[in-house]
Design a protein. Structure first.
Length: 389
């Protein structure tokens, strides 16, 4: 996965994106970020998706519009227009490219891209991930497959002999200790998460002192973070493999939802570990904190920075394993940022990877509008202070 070119797809008039090892997408709501990300999923897993739908008793015959509605969501087939043109890694794709191919090897049908949707909290039903078949027919495919993936993983992991409760967080063999500490301090505050296996339906409980709280009593941030935590477990299995099966690309929508900036910082370190393991990550975001990471990484890479700078940036104590990750990221990995700019002709996607605050292009200097308000606030305060003198 290197290069995506789009013309006239949904609200997107034109896009020319060269993906890095970590790529951020920024822009206002309804500018096409989710549609583009789902398109990447559709292309990369074009053989896996029809197989999964058929396994779950979905049928679309030979009607392309029905297939698009099953994948993108009800009544979404109109995003593919008569003049739509899609080119991915120098190969053009048409609607017919996504129909099930006969005679494919099983390896061709395996999932290659793991998609973590923005609506991930709705995958939790009474404190446990929902099965694929429990979603409405019109719900997006990526939501159903995400929920099913983490559900299957957790049901395998919580079968633990006669144990009535299984530890979910913190877990020594999942996520490095410095990051577990930050996540605990910013999200769980000393509480732990357990899987309750005592009833016919499994569920997560938050253990606070002697109390065990059901999912719906958790804070909004804890509820938002739980499916994201399970995603990280899915991508970083306990064994020392670099990648999860055949998955080489991860898409994550709005990781900042419900989280304090300190928790977002912890997640950023996890993202660096993921790309050091060999994943490519694409993130859509409205958080300037994530762009600050890429802005800092540009300077660290261009001015011969070292792993010590990243330890200082994230307020982490130095250790050998994290130092190796940071060195790999600084020396080998590429970062990119794209802005979905709305105009009268539709959305044009611009490369703003330099994130140069001194640029004459406001899309670059204001980081796709994410720093526009803070810049104006600073100007007003400076003017008022100057007038007082």
């Amino acid at each position: 996965m290197e290069h995506l070119k789009i013309k006239s797809f949904g609200p997107i008039a034109e896009a020319d994106i060269k993906f890095g090892d970590l790529t951020l997408l920024v822009g206002p709501q309804a500018s096409g970020k989710s549609i583009l990300l789902q398109l990447v999923k559709l292309i990369m897993d074009r053989y896996n998706i029809p197989s999964v739908l058929k396994q779950n008793n979905y049928e679309w015959g030979k009607k392309n519009e029905n297939f698009l509605d099953l994948f993108f969501g009800e009544s979404m087939s109109s995003i593919w227009k008569p003049d739509t043109k899609i080119e991915f890694d120098e190969k053009e794709y048409f609607l017919s490219s996504f129909l099930t191919k006969q005679g494919l090897r099983d390896s061709s049908r395996t999932e290659k891209l793991f998609y973590i949707p923005a609506q991930r909290v709705v995958t939790m039903s009474q404190g446990w991930p929902r099965a694929f078949g429990t979603f409405d027919i019109g719900d997006p495919f990526v939501l159903k497959q995400f929920s099913e993936s983490i559900r299957v993983m957790m049901e395998k992991e919580t079968i633990n002999g006669d144990s009535k409760h299984s530890s979910v967080f913190p877990k020594p063999n999942r996520i490095k200790e410095p990051l577990r500490k930050i996540l605990d301090e910013s999200i769980f505050h000393g509480a732990s998460v357990e899987s309750d296996n005592t009833s016919l339906k499994r569920r997560f409980l938050l253990k606070v002192g002697d109390s065990k709280l059901p999912f719906m009593t958790w804070s909004a941030g804890q509820k938002e973070f739980m499916p994201l935590l399970l995603s990280l477990y899915y991508l970083m299995p306990a064994s020392k493999v670099r990648l999860k099966n055949d998955i080489k690309t991860v898409i994550l929508e709005e990781p900042e939802m419900g989280l304090h900036p300190k928790a977002i910082q912890a997640l950023m370190v996890v993202f660096l570990e993921l790309i050091a393991r060999g994943y490519k990550i694409i993130i859509s975001t409205h958080s300037p904190v994530l762009l600050e990471l890429l802005w800092a990484m540009n300077y660290i890479k261009n001015f011969n920075g070292s792993s010590s700078d990243l330890f200082e940036l994230f307020s982490l104590e130095k250790n050998a394993s994290m130092a190796t990750i940071f060195k790999t990221v600084i020396k080998e990995k590429i970062f990119a940022t794209y802005f979905f700019e709305q105009n009268s002709d539709g959305v044009i996607i611009k490369n703003i990877s330099t994130l140069d605050a001194g640029s004459d292009d406001k899309a670059i200097s204001n980081w796709g509008g994410l720093t526009d308000f803070s810049s104006k606030a600073g100007d007003i305060v400076s003017k008022l202070v100057a007038n007082e003198k």
